[in-house]
Design a protein around this ligand. Structure first.
Ligand SMILES: [Zn+2]
Length: 208
């Protein structure tokens, strides 16, 4: 069954937003202004301790033959109540960074760029999720969408983005979720082509 676009929201450049999305209400995260990395956090709407597990999601997808360190078919929640949280139903972006769960934060900008007060995904996501009714003290692990990362000589290598305007990933929650979406504010590296952009979020209507 095709995607039935109902309405869109925009996550402005260098900000985060959070949305409640029903089980099986698909949504697309669209790089509508060009290559733009997104950090997405997933929290169970009925049980806020249900969050995404980056390392186990990669492991389980590898074992199931459905993913690798660049892409996943199913995003799983952390133990002990591991269950499918989200399925990737379409993906024109292709390369992601799903296995580390990390995000840019003030300490990263401090040690790398000497800019400790730089806007960052961690602070933006925590604020957005809590404004949506959560009371989190720590940012959950995120699914990093669009970051092209590989490993060479035991070092993580960050490569230029390999997608562009109009590319998207389509996700189908398997349970009711609060989804935090950060348009990464990184303008100090090749990520985001050095220019943070907004993201368009296209939603279907919730299933009846
Ligand atoms: Zn970021």
């Amino acid at each position: 069954m095709g995607f039935t676009h109902s309405h869109s929201e925009v996550v402005p450049a260098s900000t985060a937003r959070a949305y409640q999305v029903a089980a099986h209400q698909r949504f697309r995260i669209v790089a509508h202004e060009g290559a733009q990395v997104c950090d997405a956090a997933f929290v169970g709407a009925d049980n806020h301790s249900v969050t995404y597990s980056s390392d186990l999601s990669v492991l389980f997808n590898q074992l199931e033959g459905t993913g690798d360190i660049h892409s996943l078919e199913t995003l799983y929640s952390r133990p002990p109540d591991t269950e499918p949280m989200v399925r990737v139903t379409e993906d024109t972006i292709g390369h992601h960074f799903p296995w580390a769960g990390g995000m840019c934060c003030s300490y990263l900008y401090e040690i790398r760029d000497d800019e400790p007060s730089h806007e960052n995904c961690a602070d933006n996501l925590l604020t957005a999720l809590n404004e949506r009714g959560l009371s989190l003290e720590k940012v959950p692990e995120v699914f990093n969408i669009g970051m092209h990362v590989t490993v060479e000589d035991d070092q993580i290598q960050y490569l230029p983005p390999e997608f562009g305007r109009g590319d998207y990933i389509e996700l189908e929650p398997q349970i009711d979720l609060i989804v935090g979406i950060s348009s990464c504010p990184n303008d100090t590296t090749i990520m985001n082509e050095s220019e943070p952009k907004s993201l368009e979020i296209q939603f279907e209507d919730p299933p009846r």
